[in-house]
Design a binder for this molecule. Structure first.
Ligand SMILES: [Zn+2]
Length: 307
């Protein structure tokens, strides 16, 4: 039986679920995205026939992502990204809650070039100048509910603290979804977090009929502080330790994209919610408006179904 978890996982408190440790996987993803050019996606056309993945690589800096790609440390991401490169964008928020609230309202990171940039998703909003014929317009306050209203099943896999359901604030974003999941082993202090997140996402997808459209949101926690756990014996976070965490994440991603490709074509959005500072100009951390915080890596593409 493929469905090991069933609906009983929905909205349970943390710590109830145990998973086997996953083997890191270095084999390349045997899937070629079919839309490589940025700004070519017609979300209005795809919604209803395609699954949707929003994967946020929490706290990943644009320069770290770009350099890791250049040095061959993220081969699986490289195969997926349009043009095998990250697009530089500006995030609408300088910390997790603000950025994700904006994302779920339809405001994904903005292209860095001046001008009005049409959006993939937008709520009905009088006077919007960035809603185009390619924009999926939803009749709700947020994208998650908007997709649910047109038949999507919505899944949240946390993540950092704003997705841990341990406090009222930690429930705000997960509560947008029909089902949400978090346990400590998926959080920022776990050296196995992405493997756990990917395993759970794959299991939840396997429980759903292939005819059921899905919006899967995954908040990758590994790159967030403390990311030095991925680069022993480092004792503090630096751009180098963040790159090590990203390399770990890259090794886990094939299983996620394999699971998606087994059920439907998928509109994929990969981005960071914000970067962070490691002492640049005297700043540390994020929730500050510094270029290392507002510049984020971004990619959008269609992953074809292979069955
Ligand atoms: Zn964040």
């Amino acid at each position: 039986m493929l469905c090991l978890l069933g609906n009983s996982l929905e909205n349970r408190p943390a710590g109830l679920y145990k998973f086997q440790r996953l083997e890191a996987r270095n084999s390349p993803i045997d899937i070629t995205p079919i839309s490589r050019a940025a700004n070519m996606i017609n979300a209005r056309e795809l919604i209803g026939t395609h699954d949707v993945l929003l994967l946020t690589l929490d706290t990943l800096r644009y320069d770290v992502a770009r350099n890791a790609l250049t040095h061959g440390r993220t081969p699986n991401l490289q195969r997926l990204l349009p043009g095998q490169a990250w697009e530089q964008r500006h995030t609408p928020g300088n910390f997790t809650f603000a950025a994700h609230q904006a994302f779920f309202a339809g405001f994904l990171p903005t292209p860095v070039a001046p001008g009005k940039h049409p959006r993939l998703f937008a709520a009905t909003f009088f006077g919007s100048e960035t809603t185009s014929e390619r924009t999926f317009v939803f009749e709700a306050s947020n994208l998650v509910t908007g997709l649910e209203q047109v038949g999507y099943h919505t899944i949240c896999i946390g993540g950092v603290g704003f997705f841990n359901r341990l406090t009222p604030l930690g429930c705000v974003l997960p509560d947008l979804f029909q089902e949400s999941h978090w346990e400590e082993s998926m959080g920022v202090t776990s050296a196995d977090s992405t493997a756990r997140q990917v395993q759970l996402a794959s299991k939840r997808l396997s429980c759903l009929s292939r005819s059921q459209r899905v919006f899967l949101f995954v908040n990758i926690s590994a790159i967030h502080q403390p990311n030095c756990i991925f680069a022993p014996p480092a004792a503090e976070d630096t751009p180098a330790t963040q790159a090590a965490a990203l390399a770990y994440v890259d090794q886990q991603l094939p299983n996620l994209f394999d699971s998606l490709a087994c059920r439907a074509p998928t509109l994929c959005i990969l981005t960071s919610d914000h970067g962070t500072t490691y002492g640049e100009d005297g700043y540390w951390g994020h929730r500050v408006s510094h270029e290392t915080v507002w510049n984020v890596p971004y990619a959008e593409f269609v992953l074809p179904c292979r069955v």
